[in-house]
Structures are given as C-alpha cells and as structure tokens.
Design a protein around this ligand. Sequence first.
Ligand SMILES: *Cc1c(COP(=O)(O)O)cnc(C)c1O
Length: 228
Amino acid sequence: MSTLADNLRAISERIDNAARAAGRDTASVHLLAVSKTKPASAIREIHAAGVRDVGENYLQEALAKQDELRDLPLIWHFIGPIQSNKTKAIAEHFDWVHSVDRLKIAQRLSEQRPIGLPALNVCLQVNVSGEDSKSGCTPADLPALAQAVAELPNLRLRGLMAIPEPSDDRATQEAAFARLRQLQENLGLGLDTLSMGMSHDLEAAIAQGATWVRIGTALFGARDYGQP
Ligand SMILES: *Cc1c(COP(=O)(O)O)cnc(C)c1O
C-alpha cells in the first residue's frame, strides 16, 4: 500500500510533467487536496507532507475536521453545491469557494462574510458539458453573473471552475477545459484562476491553463461512502 506521501510525490510529478509539456511554470499550478469522506488524520498527514490547501464538499463534515485541525495553518476551500442555509457558515469558515453558480448565493456570502476577514475568494462554477443534472451556471448566463459578483464588496472574484462530464479521451477532456478558459478570457475581467482538473484528467486541464487542480482519489485513495 502506498502512503499519502508517496501519492503526493506521484501527483506532484504528474503536475510537473504536465506543466513542462505545456511550456508552463509548474509553480503556476496549485494543488488542492480534496478530502471529502476522509478523516482529519489524513489531512494532518498530507499537511505534514507539504500540502496547505484542502477542499471539502460537505459543510458539516468540513466544520468537524476544521475543529480537529485548528492547530494547522490550512487554507480551506469549499467546492460542493451550496444551499442558501449554508452560506453563513461557509462565509465564516472558508478562504475560498469554488462552486458559486447563482447571484443569490454570492450576495449572501458577501453579506455574511465577517468583518475583519479578508474578502472571500470565489470562483464561478460553469456547466461546460451541458448536462442537466450538473451544477453550474450556463455559459450564456455567465457574463451577467460574473459582472454582478465582481461588484460585491466582500467577495474577490478570482475565476471559473468546472467539472466536465468524465471522459477517457484526451481530446474530449481538453475541449471542455479549453471552453472554460475561453469563457474566462471572453469576460475580460482579468481573472487569474481556472479551477479545473481532477485525478483522471489533470494533464488535460493543465494543458489548457488550470491554476488549481482538485485531487481526491489519486492522493487519498478511493472514497468509501459507507455501508448501507
Ligand atoms: C470529489 C471532487 C474532486 C476530486 O475528485 P477525484 O476524482 O477524487 O480526484 C474534485 N472536485 C470536486 C468538485 C469534487 O467534488
């Protein structure tokens, strides 16, 4: 069995190789360790191996782990679907939110960001594959949403995020990521962040400009959602 440190080395090597192949500086690609369903002890271990940024999808689970890991200088990213009744705790307890896809949610996050904390970094999640079931705003709705979110006082709009339909075909993977990059360029807002690429498609995402890759399985192993 490989240890988390081994997995981290392997992922870092994949990121380095992909950046080099794309002619990019590897320092421009950041690793977000996605720890949903994994215990706080795994986050402690990956932090000891050099990871600073942690992504969580479920609020209650994240808050419990944050409590256990208060002694570590971690940066917490919320990456899951957001219900209105969760915005206050997210605004209070996270540094980044990658999954904003409606103005109402953005407005609440801005209003509820505690005074004294820096602006909350946000990415707008875009549905680039056009599936009905996925979260994310439509490409057509993106310009107006981005404009409105950019004006909210306690948020800092950083860029876009997508979770394309999974594909094993490199060209298909790259096409979805290229679409997100193009949408960001078209906004003309000078955004610096593209949150795209997961365990199975990080190379394609980096080739198309990813600045955050969100890695769960390849770092922590397969997720076990529990026995029924
Ligand atoms: C679970 C999750 C990931 C990590 O996916 P892996 O395939 O396990 O690397 C990345 N982003 C989001 C939004 C997720 O929910």
